[in-house]
Write a protein that binds this ligand. Structure first.
Ligand SMILES: [Zn+2]
Length: 409
């Protein structure tokens, strides 16, 4: 993988660049489409390409359980298995494994609702067992026990064969206490070094066998704690990764602060990926102006399947009664297949009738919206009108809640 910066913004860290992989070049900033189980839900590869998307990110945890990394390896890797000829990413599996063990969402909800909460999350007994060696966990599919370590994650990710993959890290939740976060950081850094050593060994074998080499990103953690974030960035930066991913940012309102601590410690001319953020346009603007090059997030398609659709004037729920007789497209400014060919009324009908096409048409629109927003941001950096574009876009999108975001415009 090679990364080069083409143009940098004069007043913030936004930059336009290119990530060259053996499956093609990604023009950055770019939104990487979420293809968790080697599929972007409800979309064919042609439909994915027609969104102007440039790369797909799949999930190691899901693919190791089903169909199994060997099956993908025998198909010549993830892209070939999917029938896709573009660049691919995998995440390390850490997020899903730790989410499983923490029963993440439910615990978070319970604790948010509880006034007596001591803000400590315990691992759910029997689901995962974490030690410095790695994590023992049970499959959510059939309860089979697995062991995942940095070495194992690297082996599986090399079998899956994405162009860019991630070091194995330990997730903490937004409500974890300082000592839990400190321990997770220590482990994340030890695991980063072990991931990198194993990755280099496996890449050496690829080279010997004249197969394309893969690239590895180190993950910066540290939650909301300034000194831990800075320490994490320094350590991960010192290890010699090809690029960096930033994990554990939970809200758009935290992006400026956390990236403000991290970015000065990371080598400027290496690519940076913001893990799991991009559900909201504000995430993308704030990430990019803090130096983020790529994003991934499954929210656009997940929301689409629930009928929550992006428009230039904010998000709508297409299943609402008011759209039943509206014969306009979802967004008059959108050039996606769905908006060029179908009306709000038709989408409303498909959802009400539980028709499968509802998922496809709504996913096409939401993915197109997010992918093209990032593409437009890239163009605005090149055209030197980023700030004007940002103000105009955010003022329209958030016009109902401008007070809550005005500090970020
Ligand atoms: Zn559209």
């Amino acid at each position: 993988m090679k990364f080069k910066i083409i143009k940098s913004h004069s007043k913030n860290l936004a930059r336009v660049g290119q990530i060259e992989t053996s499956h093609g070049t990604i023009e950055t900033p770019a939104f990487i489409v979420g293809g968790t189980k080697a599929t972007v839900k409800a979309l064919t590869i042609d439909q994915i390409k027609n969104l102007n998307s440039q790369a797909i990110l799949a999930n190691t945890y899901h693919l190791m359980l089903q169909p199994g990394a060997e099956i993908i390896q025998q198909a010549n890797g993830l892209a070939s298995f999917m029938g896709y000829d573009g660049p691919t990413f995998t995440d390390s599996g850490g997020f899903q494994i730790f989410s499983l063990g923490l029963a993440y969402k439910q615990n978070l909800k319970d604790m948010t609702n509880s006034q007596n909460s001591n803000h400590k999350l315990k691992f759910s007994k029997g689901l995962i067992n974490v030690s410095d060696d790695g994590v023992e966990f049970k499959s959510h599919l059939d309860g089979t026990k697995y062991f995942m370590s940095p070495e194992k994650s690297m082996k599986i990710q090399h079998q899956i064969g994405a162009d860019i993959h991630m070091a194995f890290d330990q997730l903490t939740t937004p409500l974890a206490d300082q000592s839990t976060i400190e321990e997770a950081c220590r482990r994340t850094h030890e695991w980063a070094a072990r991931s990198l050593a194993q990755h280099q060994l496996l890449n050496h074998q690829h080279k010997k066998n004249q197969q394309p080499e893969q690239s590895l990103y180190g993950i910066v953690q540290g939650s909301r704690i300034k000194n831990l974030r800075i320490e994490s960035a320094k350590i991960i930066n010192s290890l010699g990764f090809d690029g960096f991913a930033i994990g554990g940012i939970f809200e758009p309102t935290e992006i400026n602060q956390v990236l403000g601590w991290i970015m000065p410690k990371l080598t400027l001319d290496k690519p940076k990926h913001l893990l799991g953020m991009g559900a909201q346009p504000l995430d993308l603007f704030l990430g990019i102006e803090n130096g983020i090059d790529t994003f991934d997030c499954v929210a656009p398609t997940r929301q689409a399947r629930n009928g929550a659709l992006y428009t230039s004037n904010g998000r709508i729920n297409i299943t609402n009664q008011q759209f039943k007789t509206n014969y306009d497209p979802i967004d008059k400014n959108c050039r996606c297949y769905t908006c060029l060919n179908h009306t709000q009324s038709y989408l409303n009908h498909l959802f009400k009738a539980n028709e499968l096409l509802a998922y496809t048409l709504s996913s096409i629109h939401n993915e197109y919206f997010v992918v093209n927003l990032v593409n437009q941001i890239r163009q605005s950096i090149l055209n030197e009108n980023y700030q004007d574009f940002k103000e105009s876009f955010l003022n329209n999108y958030y016009y109902k809640q401008l007070d809550s975001i005005k500090n970020f415009i």
